[in-house]
Design a protein. Structure first.
Length: 265
């Protein structure tokens, strides 16, 4: 499986901004990062964010655009790629998952964010994890237990019940054969390129810091975007859950096309 080869090192100091970057012409576009590289400091340093966006996401978008040429995937959006993946198409699986996951992550964070969610989402977190603090604890613990590289996700099922899952490498929860069921609400990148410059091997500190930049208004929007079936509350959930069924729900914002191009959300 090919991964764009980029060492984890400080980006050369230049007066650049995210809007300077463009992907090669193709079916997929580079997500428009709506803030500059310094905007998330002190939680995410400018070097890390620039590296993450320009040296990882951009090459993945370019690689995906090249890989889908002449294939059935060239006319599909991310979610339909995941649904129709052939197991032999490992490069497309990797590139499409990497782009989708990074887009989802970048849209989940913002400057001057953090704090707590409100309304139905906060009620669901308190119901299913016991408290917001216990949710943070469980999310962070799941993140640092990932063996190698991967992603930590908060999912909602069709009843609005929440659970934490993790995926390996660049897998997305909606990919065929993974067995996850539900709507992704939030994700954290646990690849070394996302944290090593600032945190080195302090994965727990990195995971905890994530809660200072979460754009909870966006996460609430995702949670409120789909109708919930009737749900009878049970005891709080505090473990990572894997279900033995395919995903039957997708984020409603996640499948839009723009001028026949597929961008993030």
């Amino acid at each position: 499986m090919d991964v764009p080869a980029t060492p984890i090192m400080a980006v050369e100091k230049k007066d650049t901004k995210p809007s300077d970057l463009k992907a090669i012409e193709g079916a997929f576009q580079l997500y428009n990062l709506p803030f500059d590289y310094k905007a998330l400091e002190p939680y995410v340093d400018a070097n890390t964010l620039e590296l993450h966006y320009s040296k990882y996401l951009l090459p993945y978008v370019n690689a995906l655009n090249k890989a889908v040429i002449g294939t059935k995937y060239e006319v599909l959006d991310y979610l339909n790629i995941f649904k129709n993946l052939n197991y032999s198409d490992t490069d497309i699986r990797n590139y499409a998952g990497a782009v989708y996951n990074h887009n989802f992550y970048f849209e989940s964070i913002a400057p001057k964010a953090g704090g707590q969610p409100t309304g139905e989402l906060l009620d669901a977190i308190n119901r299913d994890f016991g408290s917001f603090d216990l949710f943070i604890q469980n999310f962070s613990e799941a993140s640092i237990k990932i063996n190698g590289s991967g992603w930590t996700w908060l999912l909602s099922d069709k009843y609005g019940k929440l659970r934490i899952i993790t995926t390996s490498n660049n897998d997305a929860p909606q990919m065929k054969g993974l067995g996850f069921k539900g709507v992704p609400l939030l994700c954290l990148d646990m690849w070394e390129h996302a944290y090593y410059l600032k945190f080195q091997n302090k994965k727990k500190e990195y995971a905890n810091t994530f809660f200072s930049i979460i754009n909870w208004s966006k996460i609430e929007e995702r949670y409120n975007a789909f109708p919930k079936s009737n749900y009878t509350p049970t005891s709080p959930v505090s473990t990572t859950i894997v279900e033995d069924s395919e995903s039957d729900l997708v984020p409603l914002e996640n499948n839009k096309k723009i001028k026949n191009k597929r961008t993030s959300f």
